[in-house]
Design a protein around this ligand. Structure first.
Ligand code: AMP
Length: 399
């Protein structure tokens, strides 16, 4: 699957992560780059590469990433970058589910801010309050806290968040599993509404989605590591995009990479399929349409040519798909949201190919949101959203 040049999300697909950018390209302060060099890192991990530029631009974001992906640096680095020249006020708060994670995040701040005058205080339960209280009252830039203990300090007025600029909810799924929703609520009620909020979570159950809807503003989803998840060999995602921009987004995605692998595109109508082929060809992408005007034999041949690699982009109508075995295909784009949830499942499911990885992307216009919700109900899970600035109707262009 080709990926977009200006991709705001990770392109959770084979090859996309081969792209190497150095930390220098992320625009971080020189003292941070020095600390990164000291840590021995040469290349940002995918979540760092995708999340850091967005976070530096002030976007709210949802990072779907597990421990081990480098997610901690993905939020600590842009926070340090933001705080580095500012006054000593409590401008960043990181909430973590456990004291262990709290300490790890604090250490991460110390490691990357070692050449910068940034004060960080870890706040967690099970230890005396007083030393934490003293540090908080002395003034800090960053508080890393477990929710319960932070509330103890808030009640004692040991810390105020009037100047807070960035909130991070780390391992949000775990915090909710541990029953921290009321504490998070309470803490967020003490924070300025105009802030940047970054939410990291390994999974995206409806409860985390609800949390994100409540606390984040027009977030961009950055997703990594899905391909390695044992239960999921198919990566799928929804691109919110107005109908009139679907062609441009498609061209952007397909021309953003020199490598044109096989991409099967589904449109609702014959007319739509022809138009997509025309636009792709105009952009220099060779494509073939497959629809009801073709005989079954022609359709099967087109599909075979496609599977054999003779055609790299095949554009088919929903109807043409019926009765065809599409199981050998690795990349699917639903140019229109399928009208039947079963079609969606069929296209992305490809059961029996457990060892194979595939990608299924769905373009969703505003009037197709309800259909996507139905599909999510049928498959029993939310589909991650990928927001591309300039295309997503839910966001303002970030550039
Ligand atoms: P995390 O996913 O944040 O728990 O990080 C996992 C481990 O990867 C930590 O030990 C980090 O020190 C390390 N790490 C983070 N970013 C990089 C990088 N760009 N290159 C090499 N190691 C890294």
């Amino acid at each position: 699957m080709p990926k977009s040049k200006q991709h705001d999300a990770p392109a959770p697909i084979a090859d996309a992560t081969d792209e190497t950018v150095g930390f220098e390209a992320l625009g971080l302060h020189e003292t941070i780059l020095a600390a990164i060099r000291d840590a021995g890192y040469t290349t940002p991990t995918p979540i760092q590469r995708d999340a850091i530029p967005l976070a530096r631009r002030g976007r709210d974001l949802i990072g779907l990433a597990q421990t081990g992906t480098g997610k901690t640096a993905a939020f600590t680095l842009p926070i340090i970058d933001r705080l580095i020249d500012g006054p000593r006020r409590t401008r960043a708060l990181i909430l973590t589910p456990t004291r262990e994670l709290c300490v790890q995040v604090e250490e991460s701040f110390r490691k990357y801010a070692k050449h910068a005058p940034i004060a960080v205080v870890p706040v967690f339960g099970g230890v005396p309050l007083d030393p934490q209280e003293k540090k908080l009252r002395d003034g800090v830039d960053v508080v890393v806290a477990t929710p319960g203990r932070l509330i103890d300090h808030l009640e004692r007025q040991n810390v105020v968040f009037d100047d807070l600029e960035v909130l991070v909810l780390d391992e949000a799924d775990r915090m909710l599993d541990m029953g921290f929703a009321p504490q998070i609520n309470r803490i967020v009620s003490e924070l300025p509404p105009y802030r940047q909020t970054l939410l990291f979570s390994a999974t995206m159950p409806p409860e985390v989605e609800a949390l994100a809807r409540k606390y984040l503003r027009k977030p961009v989803v950055v997703q990594v590591g899905v391909r390695s998840a044992a239960a999921s060999t198919v990566t799928h995602a929804v691109y919110p995009v107005p109908r009139e921009k679907k062609n441009a987004l498609l061209v952007e995605l397909l021309t953003g990479d020199k490598e044109h692998e096989s991409v099967l595109i589904f449109t609702r109508t014959k007319h739509g399929a022809d138009r997509v082929v025309r636009d792709l060809e105009k952009a220099g992408v060779r494509a073939t349409a497959m629809h009801a005007d073709k005989t079954q034999a022609q359709r099967m041949r087109a599909l075979q040519d496609f599977k054999d690699g003779k055609i790299s982009v095949l554009v088919a109508t929903d109807i043409a798909q019926r009765g065809l075995d599409i199981s050998g295909i690795t990349h699917v784009i639903n140019y229109d949201v399928p009208q039947q949830a079963e079609d969606y499942v069929h296209r992305i499911g490809r059961t029996g190919r457990a060892a194979k990885e595939g990608d299924a992307y769905t373009f969703m216009a505003p009037d197709e949101i309800a259909m996507v919700r139905t599909i999510e109900r049928v498959i029993g899970q939310p589909i991650p959203r990928i927001s591309v600035p300039g295309y997503d109707f839910g966001t303002v262009a970030a550039d």
